[in-house]
Design a binder for this molecule. Structure first.
Ligand SMILES: *[C@@H]1O[C@H](CO)[C@@H](O)[C@H](O)[C@H]1NC(C)=O
Length: 377
């Protein structure tokens, strides 16, 4: 019994170690082209101590877990006291290895008073996530909510205005402190509903795929659309439009200098605060449709782009659709890099349209493609 337990523990440790190693290897290969000369950040002494405390707490917790008893299936004498499937949910998850690359930010983030209000630091969490530190370490403090929540929330996903009182505007990264300011500052941000209301409805150039046409394409292929993800979906206008077609679309969105997540939620839609580099929190083969908007573009390192596309493939069901909407890149890359990358998926090309990007100085082009995943491989 003791030997089996020891072996299990050893295996577990080996598994964790290899995972961390491969993650670390991955993050360094991805980051190395941008900063070839960067040395590992010199970690201050107190931060090392803090990380050691976190590790010690996790390992202490693991040793006190009765889970090792329940995993010894060959030992008939040991009666598991707690069902092992329940214990699985109680495992402590490690923080992402990239968190260690930003000890200063991590230290700030983890400096709080337990069991009281969290610091006003939502932008700090956002910065850590964008640097690959996701999942963030969990904290035991109460997140802040607006002091005067609106007493009536809009049901219509295209409301004439959003209630400012539903958002904490204190983030120093928010240049606007109201929704009307956001709507006026730039209609392309997605907060100007008078602008949003016409999106996805009309066909102006061949790069457009109006939703009625998308729905028709799926219908004539006998492919039902019920569930979708809009990757980098801003304020959720695609999900809002699809709702009218009884399709449930989740929107992954970051709070990049504005309350995008709150806006999506205020429209009665589901925001997922998930960066592009993270594995989608869905099981394999359960989605009918994935749309990638302008957040997915040529600025994403190619390795990450490949992981992203293959993760999209993972969550799509056979016969599901991938829509790259106005992807932009250099014309030469589109031909030499992106078309072969997309080709690796082996999807059927339902739509493939390119056109030059009007505002581009360096020969960029737009690409809109609708691809259908093969029903079986
Ligand atoms: C959506 O569902 C409702 C209720 O079942 C139905 O009345 C409506 O026609 C559906 N809309 C579309 C576009 O299918």
């Amino acid at each position: 019994m003791g030997v089996t337990m020891g072996l299990n523990l050893l295996l577990l440790l080996a598994m964790v170690a290899t995972n961390i190693l491969s993650l670390y290897h991955l993050s360094t290969t991805i980051q190395s082209p941008q900063s070839p000369s960067s040395q590992p950040f010199p970690i201050p002494e107190h931060l090392i101590r803090q990380l050691q405390t976190i590790r010690a707490a996790i390992s202490h917790h693991m040793h006190n877990q009765p889970s090792t008893d329940t995993t010894t299936t060959d030992d008939s004498n040991s009666k598991p006291t707690i069902p092992s499937d329940l214990l699985l949910y109680a495992q402590l998850s490690p923080i992402a290895s990239s968190c260690h690359n930003h000890p200063d930010l991590l230290h700030k983030y983890m400096t709080y008073t337990p069991f009281s209000l969290c610091p006003q630091d939502s932008d700090l969490g956002e910065t850590l996530i964008l640097h690959g530190c996701h999942p963030l370490p969990r904290r035991r403090c109460f997140s802040r909510t607006p002091s005067k929540p609106p007493n009536s929330l809009p049901v219509n996903p295209f409301p004439s205005s959003f209630p400012d009182s539903a958002v904490i505007w204190s983030s120093p990264k928010f240049s606007c402190k109201s929704f009307s300011c956001l709507a006026q500052s730039n209609p392309n941000l997605g907060f100007d509903i008078t602008h949003e209301i016409s999106r996805f409805t009309s066909y102006k150039t061949e790069l457009d795929l109006p939703i009625p046409q998308l729905v028709q394409i799926a219908k004539s292929a006998n492919s039902v659309l019920r569930l979708g993800i809009d990757i980098g979906g801003g304020t959720g206008t695609f999900a809002a439009r699809m709702k009218e077609h009884n399709v449930t679309v989740l929107t992954t969105t970051m709070n990049f200098n504005a309350p995008y997540n709150e806006a999506v939620a205020l429209r009665g839609l589901l925001p997922l605060h998930v960066p592009l580099q993270q594995r989608l929190p869905m099981f394999d083969g359960v989605m009918d449709l994935v749309r990638c908007g302008r957040a997915v573009n040529r600025w994403i390192p190619l390795t990450m782009m490949e992981f992203l596309l293959f993760d999209v493939d993972r969550v799509l069901r056979g016969g599901g659709y991938l829509w790259l909407d106005h992807f932009f890149g250099k014309a030469v890359d589109l031909e030499k890099v992106y078309a072969p990358l997309i080709g690796k998926l082996g999807y059927k090309k339902v739509k493939w349209a390119t056109a030059s990007k009007p505002d581009s100085k360096n020969g960029e082009v737009y690409l809109t493609v609708l691809l259908q995943k093969p029903v079986s491989r």
